[in-house]
Write a protein that binds this ligand. Structure first.
Ligand code: KIV
Ligand code: ZN
Length: 513
């Protein structure tokens, strides 16, 4: 019997994923995501686009320096400056890859690049040669490959492999292809490109028509050896193929695909939560594999079937993707070790410092709330993780007064360094709006609120309320998260988190200029 084919998982959450509006992450956040991706067994982490900005360069470099166990890749357009920058950033990794791309479709050639097919061919060869002068692992992507004429695509792919490309990635850049078209294109490349056996074929599908996962699996069926994907499917426009979905499809239907991956599927839910928390992009409840309802059986007939025999209505086990079996309750008397253990079961390995911080929050919460559930712990841990920004402004105290026939007022005290600042504000449509005004008044930074969401972390009236904010300041958007059993406090904390991000980002930009 033949061994199942090993499919490489190339994760581009930190590059294509981060390109989705509002999903930008800071250096610490990127390092945390990269660490979890490596622990999960991702083969290649596309850490960013180094030429794009000094911040991107620095994060790719730091990821290359610190993350072990995965190949670290940097993206480059097909020109010397981009390729040199990509190498300068990824060269610190124990295994590095440069990913060079150049558009090949007629639409892109004529309207975007204004280059002839021969010029594209020449540029491809020059770029790939330059990159392969730096390292052995070179990926080339003919951008918009799925709308490129077969003949020209074959010529470009053959030339790129001759010039040193070891992976050929075929992107469906605009998410236009159908599964059978993808199958035909991959099969055609394998049959017609004479040196195709010298490189791995890779697929990179966008989800504009909701076909990214189906298309990626079709490419695998036609011989692709690498899938490019992102956690939760985040990415440009409608996003990319979701990592958790392609991985579980190949695992659950190994009988059909006859493929394996090196992914530890129990890390899928923790990775999904981490990315959702750090980007502020919530996962829809009915999202396959990692959504809250993915394993929830509501219909009586289904519940009855599940109780009699799980496989009647369940094709995967929730534990297999990282959902916990029990919702163990912790309380006031639970110790640090119990908390660390529970966090670990939920997929978070905390450092000593992180545990100290989360434990302090846990104790405060236990004073307010008798029983602490998994959802509460996840909210506390993720808040600690997403709070990854220096706390220049800290909440000291607040008093809110509001009523149906009274204008709201907030008395707010914040600390900055050693000094405390207080303001009383009688303004706004309600206590939350008044709290916004008070924060702005004290810190002297004006923002426009673009999105405001409150979510309860668990069931019950005393559940933690998590506020997720998106604010705009000087044309840029920033996220903020705050958790507390009091929603006004969550709002103030979320607002301060966003303000601290603005300050940190301005400082980084100032340092880079
Ligand atoms: O979608 C795309 O074409 C890309 C390339 C840079 C690979 O993201
Ligand atoms: Zn893409």
């Amino acid at each position: 019997m033949n061994k199942p084919r090993a499919i490489k998982i190339f994760d581009t959450t930190l590059r294509d994923g981060e390109q989705s509006p509002g999903a930008s992450m800071n250096l610490n956040e990127k390092l945390k995501v990269a660490q979890l991706l490596a622990e999960m067994g991702v083969d290649v982490i596309e850490a960013g686009f180094p030429i794009a900005s000094p911040g991107d360069f620095e994060s790719v470099k730091q990821i290359a320096k610190t993350i072990q166990g995965a190949t670290i890749c940097g993206l480059a357009r097909c020109n010397d400056k981009d390729i040199d920058a990509a190498w300068e950033a990824v060269k610190y990794a124990s295994s590095s890859r440069i990913h060079v791309f150049l558009a090949t479709s007629a639409i892109h050639r004529e309207f975007k690049l204004r280059m002839t097919p021969d010029e594209i061919l020449k540029r491809t060869v020059e770029g790939v040669r330059r990159a392969s002068g730096y390292c052995d692992d070179i990926e080339f992507s003919p951008e918009d490959a799925c709308r490129t004429e077969y003949d020209f695509l074959c010529r470009v792919v053959e030339a790129a492999i001759d010039a040193g490309a070891t992976t050929i990635n075929i992107p469906d850049t605009v998410g236009y292809a159908t599964p059978s078209e993808i199958y035909d294109r991959f099969e055609m490349l394998r049959n017609r490109v004479p040196n195709m056996d010298k490189a791995i074929l890779s697929t990179h599908c966008h989800d504009d028509l909701g076909l990214a996962v189906a298309n990626s699996l079709s490419a695998v069926a036609a011989g692709a050896g690498q899938i490019e994907c992102t956690i939760n499917g985040i990415g440009e426009r409608a996003g990319n193929a979701a990592l958790e979905e392609v991985v579980m499809a190949m695992k659950t239907r190994a009988d059909f695909y006859d493929c394996t991956t090196s992914i530890d599927s129990r890390k899928l839910v923790p990775a999904s939560r981490l990315v959702s928390k750090t980007t502020g992009m919530q996962v829809q409840r009915n999202k396959a594999i990692v959504g809250r309802n993915a394993f929830a059986h509501e219909a009586g007939i289904h519940q009855d079937g599940i109780l009699k025999e799980r496989s009647t209505y369940e094709i995967m086990l929730p534990e297999e993707v990282g959902f916990c079996k029990t919702d163990l309750v912790l309380g006031k008397h639970s110790g640090r070790a119990a908390l660390a253990d529970r966090a670990k079961t939920l997929g978070f390995t905390l450092t000593g410092e992180q545990l100290q911080d989360v434990f302090a929050q846990f104790k405060l919460l236990a004073d307010k709330k008798k029983e602490i559930y998994d959802g509460d712990i996840i909210a506390l841990v993720q808040h600690q993780i997403s709070g990854n920004v220096e706390e220049k402004w800290i909440l000291v105290d607040y008093v809110v007064k509001s009523g149906k026939s009274h204008s709201p007022s907030v008395e707010l005290t914040l600390r900055h360094g050693e000094q405390e600042f207080s303001e009383v504000v009688q303004q706004g449509d309600g206590p939350i709006d008044a709290a916004f005004w008070a924060v702005e008044k004290i810190v002297g930074i004006e923002v426009v609120c673009k999105d405001f969401r409150v979510r309860s972390a668990t069931l019950g009236r005393d559940a933690i309320g998590e506020v997720n904010l998106e604010v705009e300041h000087e044309g840029r958007s920033y996220r903020g998260v705050g958790v507390s059993t009091d929603s006004v406090e969550s709002t103030i904390l979320a607002m301060l988190n966003a303000i601290n991000r603005i300050i940190a980002e301005k400082a980084t930009r100032g340092a880079a200029e």
